[in-house]
Design a binder for this molecule. Structure first.
Ligand code: 9MJ
Length: 675
């Protein structure tokens, strides 16, 4: 290729890569597969390697990081980076509103912008003529550190502005954070490789930004959400804060999709409550809500005191980390025999609930933390993850703390514990001899996503096993009303209801049945793939490991667990007993049936009235659809029930087909999924 056409290709590649990276990271709506993006990216790297003088600061190639620095230089913020005053109660929030109103005096109506308070690192980005020229930390608000090389590696930060109307010089402020899933992933990797384990996503984000070698930052899953524009004195680009954020969106920045403008402090209180409810389900940590007077003219009138504006307030949520005493460590035996150390804590209110147990994972983790019984520890509870001990407060260690000793025998059945080479987990060798493993297997079998035996909770399973009424899951189908009615806290009516629920569970689906067997590493998705691939149970039970590996998403480890499970006589007997005692699934689902929705991706949101979301999901899957948890450009259809929220809004924004419950029922009736 001639230099001229190579140069044209280079420019075209840059444009394409900017566009696709924006689609992927900011809109969350990719238009091309990842492999295609990688191909384009590598082509760009090749051309730039052949012509180093063609490299520019705004090239997507900058995302991979640059040669390490020896230190960070200092940056002076022309417009100081403010911090926020906090309140911790509704009363204090109402006081804030009263203060604002009394300062504004005239009694005129005004609006508040509401946004989640991200728990990350505050950063400023400077664009000159539309190109990112500098990224800096907040530091003390006046002087921060130059982290330009590092911010360039973050894919949701535009290297070059899009659209039009941006000023020659634009300074954008926001928070760099690490989403929870990325945090869990890098910590898991660090545990496996003896790398640095971070205490929480905020520390992980800070540690990743503090790297002098930006190639390390490039490997960390960081994002930036923008919440402000530095306004120079006398400059008026927009009338309101929310309008500014809308423009930032158009110029290519990620702005919180949760941003709302409301007209009263009462609406602010509602917003706080509704986000607090959804906090655990968000993809990132938030530590409160920020309310800002939306009008920039009113903001200017209110001004600020010391380092915080008078026009904004952060209403903090209950903390996600707390300090408490580790009283003892107990050992729990799980369904697969894994023995997990469980921390018994002095009860503490954290992340909105009182926590008295926390996971310690395994003995490698106990060693890494250096934790002892009697220590004060930091407990973190965020999202749906079970509470974790993340740190020991060594300053508060006193004499008399005790070492945590690994057990040699199973605390339940006294079988020897084993530790497979290279594994951190201790495992009970007792198999189903072990009462704990039996109980866990039965609890799993009865659970909602498995055989869904309504009313058979954990406590009852324990009672049944302890009373010797059942030993295996197949024994459930021999229970009688009389046997149950005689137990503690059970009566005739509840016994009858339970027997009816057990009877009802006999009609199931093959994927549910496979999942309920509790085979190691076989979750719902794998069970579904196995059922679709083999169609019928006997074929699956007699499959070799090679045949099992052919199933989508089944690798050698899962294949070996499956093979070992069905090669064990005990397990084959239980499966046979279950079928002999009446467990069955409709023949139509055995061979996969017709799959009119094959290749389609659906999303369910909001509340359905005629069925649960789980039931709707199963029906869609039986018709061949993939049911995803979030809306993206790849979604074919969204079925929205009552009070559908952000997923519906996103589908509408992306122009994806949306149907209501009636529409969904019609699909089931038309394509044969109805009862
Ligand atoms: C965070 N941390 O999410 C501000 N922030 O505004 C939001 N922080 C802020 N706004 C002015 N959403 C100073 C700090």
């Amino acid at each position: 290729m001639s230099d001229i056409s190579q140069r044209e290709r280079l420019l075209a590649l840059r444009e394409q890569l900017h566009k696709h990276s924006y689609q992927y990271y900011v809109l969350d709506a990719p238009q091309i597969p990842d492999v295609e993006y990688d191909r384009l990216f590598n082509e760009l790297l090749d051309i730039e390697a052949a012509h180093p003088d063609w490299q520019t600061d705004d090239s997507p190639s900058q995302r991979v990081g640059a040669a390490p620095l020896s230190s960070f230089s200092q940056v002076r913020h022309e417009t100081p980076m403010l911090s926020l005053d906090n309140v911790f109660s509704e009363d204090e929030l109402l006081d804030f509103d009263r203060r604002v109103k009394s300062r504004l005096e005239d009694g005129a109506e005004f609006s508040y912008a509401c946004e989640p308070k991200l728990d990350g690192i505050a950063v400023s980005l400077l664009y000159v003529d539309g190109v990112l020229v500098r990224g800096a930390t907040r530091g003390d608000g006046r002087v921060g550190e130059d982290i330009t090389q590092n911010v360039k590696t973050i894919s949701s930060i535009p290297l070059k502005l899009q659209g039009e109307g941006w000023p020659d010089e634009l300074e954008v402020r926001g928070e760099i954070y690490m989403p929870r899933a990325g945090f869990e992933r890098i910590n898991e990797l660090a545990r496996e490789t003896d790398g640095k384990v971070f205490v929480n996503p905020r520390n992980a984000a800070a540690g990743s930004l503090r790297q002098l070698d930006s190639r390390i930052t490039a490997k960390r899953p960081l994002e930036m959400s923008c919440y402000g524009i530095a306004q120079q004195e006398g400059e008026a680009l927009f009338a309101s804060h929310s309008e500014g954020l809308q423009r930032l969106r158009e110029w290519g920045f990620l702005v919180s999709p949760e941003l709302r403008v409301v007209s009263s402090i009462a609406d602010c209180v509602d917003y706080y409550q509704s986000l607090l409810q959804r906090r655990d389900g968000l993809a990132y940590d938030i530590d409160g809500i920020v309310f800002k007077v939306d009008s920039l003219a009113l903001q200017a009138k209110l001004g600020f005191v010391s380092r915080a504006p008078r026009w904004a307030i952060a209403h903090k949520f209950p903390a996600q980390e707390e300090i408490t005493l580790l009283r003892d460590v107990e050992f729990q035996v799980g369904r697969t025999g894994a023995v997990t150390p469980v921390a018994k804590l002095e009860p503490v209110f954290v992340g909105g609930v009182t926590v008295s147990n926390a996971s310690l994972h395994n003995f490698d983790e106990i060693e890494r933390l250096g934790v002892m019984i009697g220590d004060y520890v930091v407990v973190r509870r965020a999202g749906d993850v079970i509470p974790q001990i993340v740190q020991v407060v060594l300053d508060r260690r006193t004499k008399g703390t005790e070492e945590i000793i690994a057990p040699v025998k199973c605390p339940v059945c006294e079988s020897l514990l084993e530790r497979a080479p290279g594994e951190a987990v201790l495992r009970c060798s007792g198999g189903l001899v072990c009462g704990a493993q039996r109980k866990e297997a039965i609890k799993h079998f009865a659970s909602r996503k498995a055989m869904d035996i309504d009313g058979l909770g954990d406590k009852l399973v324990e009672q049944f096993v302890d009373a010797g009424l059942i030993n295996t899951v197949a024994d459930l189908y021999l229970l009688s009303v009389e046997q149950i009615a005689n137990l503690d806290r059970m009566g005739q009516k509840s016994a009858e209801n339970l027997i009816a629920a057990i009877e009802k569970s006999k009609t199931t689906t093959l994927p549910r049945f496979l999942y309920s067997l509790g085979i190691r590493e076989v979750g719902e998705a794998t069970a579904l793939n196995l059922a679709r691939h083999f169609g019928a149970l006997p074929e699956l039970m007699s499959a070799s490991e090679d045949m099992l590996i052919e199933v989508e998403d089944v690798g050698p480890i899962v294949a070996s667990h499956l093979h070992a499970f069905f090669a064990t006589e005990f397990n084959r007997d239980v499966v046979k007993q279950l079928c002999d005692r009446g467990v069955h699934w409709p023949a139509a689902q055995k061979q996969g049936g017709a799959q009119p929705l094959a290749g389609q991706t659906w999303v369910l949101t909001g509340n359905l009235e005629s069925m649960t979301r789980g039931e709707a999901k199963e029906k869609l899957q039986a018709l061949g659809a993939k049911v995803a948890g979030s809306v993206s450009a790849k979604t074919d259809c969204v079925a929205a029930g009552v009070s559908a929220g952000s997923k519906l809004a996103k589908a509408e924004a992306l122009g994806i087909k949306v149907i209501d419950e009636q529409g969904l029922l019609k699909v089931f009736a038309d394509v044969g999924g109805g009862e």
